[in-house]
Design a protein around this ligand. Sequence first.
Ligand SMILES: Cc1ncc(COP(=O)(O)O)c(C=O)c1O
Length: 368
Amino acid sequence: MRVPFLDLTAQYREVKEQVDRDVAEIFATSAYVLGKHNRSLEERLASMHGVKHAVAVNSGTDALRILMQASGIGPGDEVVTTAFSFVATIETVVQLGAVPVLVDIDETTFNIDPAKIEAALTARTKAILPIHLFGQLADVKAIQAIAERHGLMVLEDSAQAVLNHHEGVFTGNWGHGAGLSFYVTKNLGAAGDGGMILTNDDEVARQSRSLRIHGMGRERYYYDDVGYTSRLAELQAAVLCAKLDRLEAWNARRGELAAIYLQETQGVGLPATQPRNNNTWHQFTVRTPRRDELMAHLKEREIDSAIYYPVPLHLHAPYRRFSGGEGSLPVTEKVCRECLSLPIHQHLSDDQARFVAQTVSEFVAVRA
Ligand SMILES: Cc1ncc(COP(=O)(O)O)c(C=O)c1O
């Protein structure tokens, strides 16, 4: 039984009617830039997350960079985050001239370990940047308490956490603001790149809107900041609006598949959910010291899997100078050696998930 990692064609089939109609209308009216679909996406996501402002941008990377810049992060500021993430998390910090300070993670949730944050703070620390990895929030209450004690901002990398909440309080509300990603493979994925800034801060929102169009302020061709070209294409906004109608149902389906995996997979480290978090299962990631063998075994049986992430960020050449090198983040490094993400998209059948769980469990039983 073939089990693909993602099925973007099946996603398109579900939204085809609406997407085809809206895309045709955009071409017919030439309304390509910051039109009604952008406004609708911003309004709906602000309302669903319970935040005052949503600002659509060109990518999750731009959402993070613009959010940080609008929040006053700049040269020499230290931003506490982790090295178990996609590169954009620390790339954007470095692009602003700030310094990523890397803290180790919790082995079972993959998120920043709050017990290790305070030892990393200095007089230059300006913000904590938790990544809500694989579809669940980091320990936001503990992080918020530390930030309050030390007068720091919390900026959320919510690229993988659209519609995620802790005790009903959604991402975007746990600090100064959050950056979402709509990259193709995300739970809410565009037909290309897209992103969004969520914030309750009027000034951060105003500045983000300006920065996404070259720092253009209230008047056309008058500039207040050095900004970017980062509008979300109207065509992408239309695709995202169509998919947003289905996102809660799609996330619920991922939850059903995760329940099958959690129940029926034996012999590997299973992902943990923080108490009172919803988990939207962007990835279902297991851990085993025999990761590469397991991956090959799954491939032989036509089951796709993927490694997020094979090398921690602090061991890549451009970022080595921000850490003590190999051995400095032992949990992160171990997880990178052992992690394997199994297929968990909403178009998998129960039988496919059971087949994956059985194949993993059999592999471990035989090797043991
Ligand atoms: C954790 C994390 N941060 C940031 C980003 C950047 O988002 P994008 O690819 O939309 O620029 C991603 C997306 O891949 C991500 O997974």
